[in-house]
Ligand binder design. Structure first.
Ligand code: MN
Length: 207
C-alpha cells in the first residue's frame, strides 16, 4: 500500500483571510501531492517500507537504504508534516488551548504569551525553508525548536504537536517577504482541539 495524500478537511478558502485560498490549493494539491508522489516513488524499490507507518520510517532513517534515504527524509518529512499541517489548522479556531495542554505549556514556558513569543521567534529565526515546532520529548516535557527543510522532529526523537510551516510556499502569494505577518496570522487558525487531542493521545501512550 502506498502512502495516500489526505483530503483537505475543509474548503480551500476556509482559512481566509489568514491563509488565502490560492495558497491553500497549491500547497495541498501541488506541494503536498508532490511529497506524497515522490515518497512513494522512492520506496518502490524497497516496498517492505510501505508496511511501516510514516512515523516509524522517520523515527529511524538509518534503517532506510542509503540510496533512497535523502529522498525519504525530504519527501517522507514533507508528507508527514503536511498531514499535521491541515489538521492542526481550522476555520473559526485560534485562541488558547484549555485543559492539560494549557497547564503543561504554562509549566514549561511560563505562560501562553511567552510560549507564542518563543514559537514565533523559532519561526522567524529559521533561515531559509523549514518549520518551527512545539514538540514533546520522551519524558513528556515540551520543547520549542525548529528544523530545516523537511527534517522531522521524529528523527530527533521528538514528537511534533504543532508546527509552523515557514517555507515560502506556505505564505509568499499573500504575504510576500512578510513572514512575521504570516506567523502572526497563523495563531488565528490553530485548531487547539486537535493539538490537545494529539497531546492527550501521545501523553497517555505507553512510553
Ligand atoms: Mn509546506
Amino acid at each position: 500500500m502506498s502512502f495516500i495524500l489526505p483530503e483537505l478537511p475543509y474548503a480551500y478558502d476556509a482559512l481566509e483571510p489568514h491563509m488565502d485560498a490560492q495558497t491553500m490549493q497549491i500547497h495541498h494539491d501541488k506541494h503536498h501531492a508532490a511529497y506524497t508522489t515522490n515518497l512513494n516513488a522512492a520506496l518502490e524499490k524497497y516496498p517492505e517500507f510501505f508496511e511501516k507507518s510514516i512515523e516509524t520510517i522517520l523515527s529511524d532513517l538509518n534503517a532506510i537504504p542509503e540510496e533512497i534515504r535523502t529522498a525519504v527524509r525530504n519527501n517522507g518529512g514533507g508528507f508527514y508534516h503536511h498531514n499535521l499541517w491541515w489538521t492542526e489548522l481550522a476555520p473559526n479556531a485560534g485562541g488558547e488551548p484549555i485543559g492539560t495542554l494549557a497547564e503543561v505549556i504554562k509549566k514549561d514556558f511560563g505562560n501562553f504569551a511567552t510560549f507564542k513569543e518563543q514559537m514565533g521567534a523559532a519561526a522567524m529565526g529559521r533561515f531559509g525553508s523549514g518549520w518551527a515546532w512545539l514538540s514533546m520529548r520522551s519524558d513528556k516535557t515540551l520543547i520549542i525548536h525548529s528544523t530545516p527543510n523537511q527534517d522531522s522532529p521524529l528523527s530527533q526523537g521528538l514528537l511534533p504537536l504543532l508546527g509552523i510551516d515557514v517555507w515560502e510556499h506556505a505564505y509568499y502569494l499573500k504575504y510576500q517577504n512578510r513572514r512575521k505577518d504570516f506567523v502572526d496570522a497563523f495563531w488565528n487558525v490553530v485548531n487547539w482541539d486537535e493539538v490537545e487531542r494529539r497531546f492527550a493521545e501521545e501523553n497517555s501512550a505507553a512510553s
